[in-house]
Design a protein around this ligand. Sequence first.
Ligand SMILES: Nc1nc2c(ncn2[C@@H]2O[C@H](COP(=O)(O)OP(=O)(O)OP(=O)(O)O)[C@@H](O)[C@H]2O)c(=O)[nH]1
Ligand SMILES: [Zn+2]
Length: 369
Amino acid sequence: MNNHSEAETSGHNPVHSDTNTIPGWNEELELAFSAYKGSYTPGRVTSRHKTVCEVLVPGAVVQAGISGALQKIGKQPVVGDFVVLLDQPELGSRMIVNILPRRTYLSRGAAGNGGGEQVIAANLDTIFIVTSVGKDLNLRRLERYLTIVYSSGARPVILLNKIDLEDNPARLVEKIQFIAGNVPVIPLSALSKTGLDTLSPYLNPGETVALIGSSGVGKSTLINAFLGETVQRTSGIREDDEKGRHTTTVRQMFPLPNGAVLIDNPGIREIQLGDSADGLEKAFSEIVDAARNCKFKDCTHRDEPGCTVLKAVEDGLIPEERLASYHRLTDELIFQTKKAEIGLKRLEKERFKKIAVDIKKYKKFTGKP
Ligand SMILES: Nc1nc2c(ncn2[C@@H]2O[C@H](COP(=O)(O)OP(=O)(O)OP(=O)(O)O)[C@@H](O)[C@H]2O)c(=O)[nH]1
Ligand SMILES: [Zn+2]
């Protein structure tokens, strides 16, 4: 993984004494970083732009370019990444030369040979799935978010915001809990600051938390509530990039006083279902459990004989909507994976062929011409 030709420069490493000021830094990272001798600094990417990143290094936030070698092999640093910086004092600049191993990562698009996968953020411990009382509350959408979060490796926690507008939040929590399984469902109000302290178990020192959820559910309000009124989190910050130009950037990583960090990144906010097959299994564990006794190993639980999932639905043990969601998300995943693998054009052709076959079958079945 490490680029040894860059790492083997002789000399001692003068900087990495203060790595405990980089939130989330740990012994594993220390070990990975110890391969670098010379003018290298560890850091954590706080926001990513086209060609430069803002990187938190001990005591400062600096701008850094991305080395040609990294770009060549298609490794792209993202917000949350722990990286190795090469200081180039003679040029007055810094360069990201490697990305340290990612513990978890959130991506969009399908993984695999198609190369459609795009990592959005890395090293997240927890993802707050934010929803609110009222019309945003949509169990099907929550199932989708749960699937995405499970596949990232981060821990999902559902926040039900705006309970100040609801007479009976407990009823809604119960409804959500039903589809969420063991995932905590936490009612709160970012506006009136009620219930915020229930989140402290997920905001331990060194932990990284990101927020996901539709527009208007209160993500910004929630982050502001955590950071306190004094922080102008949405204001642009003028900084010099490595070429001495002024760029206006918006911070995406917000350290809390206790050493936890919040990440608020547009890419995370807008994520769609991607390569989340194992996430789907976790988000629908009751269906996976019921499927263990299906007669056919490759049962799709649609119309096969001896399907124990269909039986569980019939017996009222699994709600019909849950199985419908499972089918919808499975179809979407299969379509996306295929799309990435063989290209959209061919797939569209296949779909039309299948539709034609289905119409033929249907006509035969109904006897209609
Ligand atoms: N009543 C009530 N309103 C809230 C609460 N939290 C947020 N709001 C309001 O909901 C609106 C949207 O809040 P934002 O924090 O901007 O929502 P967001 O999720 O960041 O939205 P985007 O930035 O569009 O993704 C604002 O008018 C907030 O004042 C809450 O707990 N109770
Ligand atoms: Zn089945």
